[in-house]
Design a protein around this ligand. Structure first.
Ligand SMILES: CC(C)(COP(=O)(O)OP(=O)(O)OC[C@H]1O[C@@H](n2cnc3c(N)ncnc32)[C@H](O)[C@@H]1OP(=O)(O)O)[C@@H](O)C(=O)NCCC(=O)NCCS
Length: 180
């Protein structure tokens, strides 16, 4: 059975074993697949260092999905000011927001609502903020439609060969069915 838990430097489950499992069982296999195909680009050590760095940022929020102690999904993000966001995304962003840095599910677990559940847990904890994410649309895969399904809209396109786009969701807004 898949279970979910928050993770970060201040949670009881934060240790080398968890971080290595995120890298080995989830992050690396997920990004070796479509649309990224980053095969051989990541080592466990690098991913562990990156995640440690990202989750150490003030206000960072992370969740993992676990199956028998093995990490099969993870999501994390952190607040970023408009200046920082503009520099990172190379577009002008005029609001502070929460940057959804990564969401990934181990390929053999795709399509089982793990990504959606992680995202719902994460956004609930984020609260009433604007969330910014970045993905690519070329080659077409499930990832971009998945973001649209989660309620994101495109706010900028890079017009590059990978069809990179910046996505935004305003968690301040109630869903349409509430304001009709
Ligand atoms: C994007 C990602 C996290 C989605 O995770 P997931 O657990 O497979 O997604 P879910 O099962 O919650 O999917 C929800 C919806 O997406 C679609 N979907 C997701 N994976 C699918 C698959 N393999 N086949 C068909 N539809 C799929 C379905 O429409 C599904 O809705 P439904 O259940 O109402 O049919 C996952 O594909 C992934 O890790 N991709 C690689 C890493 C990545 O690109 N991350 C984003 C970086 S910007």
């Amino acid at each position: 059975m898949v279970t979910y838990a928050p993770f970060g430097p201040n949670t009881g489950n934060w240790n080398e074993e968890l971080l290595a499992s995120i890298a080995q069982n989830c992050y690396i296999p997920a990004f070796e697949g479509p649309p990224w195909y980053e095969v051989g680009e990541w080592t466990v050590k690098q991913v562990v260092a990156d995640i440690t760095n990202q989750l150490s940022k003030k206000g960072a929020i992370g969740f993992v999905a676990l199956d028998s102690g093995k990490v099969v999904g993870c999501v994390f993000g952190y607040p970023m000011g408009k200046t920082e966001l503009s520099a990172e995304l190379k577009i002008t962003v005029s609001i502070d927001g929460m940057y959804l840095d990564e969401i990934c599910v181990a390929p053999s677990y795709h399509g089982q609502q793990i990504g959606s559940t992680l995202y719902q847990l994460w956004s609930k904890k984020v609260g009433r903020k604007v969330v910014i994410a970045r993905t690519m649309t070329n080659p077409p895969t499930i990832v971009y439609p998945w973001f649209l399904k989660m309620g994101y809209t495109v706010i900028a396109e890079y017009n590059d060969s990978q069809g990179k786009v910046i996505l935004m969701k305003d968690l301040w807004r109630p869903p349409n069915w509430m304001i009709r």
